[in-house]
Write a protein that binds this ligand. Structure first.
Ligand SMILES: [Zn+2]
Ligand SMILES: [Zn+2]
Length: 319
């Protein structure tokens, strides 16, 4: 059963999808995404395939219409894809070749372009969950893509913040943040095209954002040298993380691109970026999404972002 249900209390859509409950919770002995396995009959370099246990899918059967003045629902007409970074089971982001990660950035662009051509899709969210702490059930390096027939609430808030700022100031919010001395103080490293920052307003202790220095609205607008810099910046961030405790650091990596097919343009207002949310707050301690975070969206960050930025600048990469 799959259905979208609207929560009028906070104005957000919820995806009801019993398929996701079938997802395996334990890593299986035989990797299902290696070459010549469950998902692949032959070999591959990079690859995408439809998630077997999708939250959204292109089906669509009719959904039950509630006989109610207040309740409404909709079709979960979207797509959930798995993106394999490499066919090598032992590799992951920190020890992958830069050229392979550049190909991954190209694949993000390709998927984003193709999926945005479907007019009913309003938002494309590309991400990676790494580690069992954030629910990754497969160890083999991979990311995912969800395309939604609506704009998820936090993405809508973000797009609206960009638009409101642009209308008030005739400039881009992130471009201005990058010029702000206080914001730039928490830069942990930079390349010609990208900046890596522990944001002043971090929600997670080890949160890191990657921003293109040039105004770039979405991932497809990056030029070749920026794609290479992005590949480098992603790898370097994960190398720093893994060097903190000399162990694989769990994280969520999320790409922020503007909504699509809304009839509005975000070219001048939206600034593409990536946010990393690692759930660790110490070697053996996790930061949980508990009552305050889940119930109010107000995060309590137990670390001072300036101290974390200072610490990450000094971490010696051992990979
Ligand atoms: Zn594998
Ligand atoms: Zn900008």
């Amino acid at each position: 059963m799959q259905e979208l249900r609207f929560n009028p209390l906070v104005g957000e859509w919820v995806i009801v999808s019993s398929a996701t409950n079938e997802r395996p919770t334990q890593p299986v002995d035989n990797c299902p995404v290696c070459p010549n396995s469950l998902e692949f009959h032959g070999g591959y370099d990079l690859a995408t395939f439809d998630n077997r246990f999708p939250a959204l899918s292109p089906l669509i059967e009719d959904v039950f219409q509630p006989d109610s003045r207040l309740l409404r629902n909709g079709l979960p007409a979207g797509k959930c894809e798995v993106i394999m970074y490499t066919s090598s089971h032992g590799l992951s982001v920190p020890n992958m070749e830069l050229a392979q990660l550049e190909k991954l950035v190209e694949m993000w662009c390709e998927r984003y372009l193709e999926i945005s051509s479907f007019q009913h899709i309003k938002s494309i969210f590309i991400f990676e969950n790494r580690g069992k702490e954030v629910g990754a059930s497969i160890q083999h390096a991979h990311g995912q893509l969800y395309s939604f027939p609506f704009i998820p609430r936090r993405l809508e808030l973000k797009a609206n913040s960009f638009t409101d700022y642009y209308l008030a100031n005739r400039s881009c919010l992130v471009c201005d943040l990058l010029k702000d001395e206080s914001y730039g103080r928490n830069t942990i490293f930079e390349t010609a095209g990208f900046m890596a920052v522990v944001p002043y307003f971090s929600r997670f202790p080890y949160e890191v954002h990657l921003y293109p220095k040039r105004h770039v609205a979405s991932v497809i607008d990056l030029i070749a040298s920026e794609k290479r810099d992005l590949a480098y910046s992603i790898r370097h961030t994960v190398r720093l993380y893994d060097s903190i405790y000399n162990q694989e650091f769990p994280y969520m990596m999320t790409l922020y691109n503007p909504p699509v097919n809304t009839g509005r343009t975000y070219d001048d207002s939206y600034h593409f970026h990536i946010e990393f949310y690692p759930p660790k707050r110490a070697k053996d301690k996790l930061k949980w999404m508990a009552s305050v975070e889940t119930g109010t969206w107000a995060f309590v960050n137990p670390a001072e972002p300036e101290e974390i930025a200072d610490f990450l600048r000094k971490v010696e990469v051992k990979i």
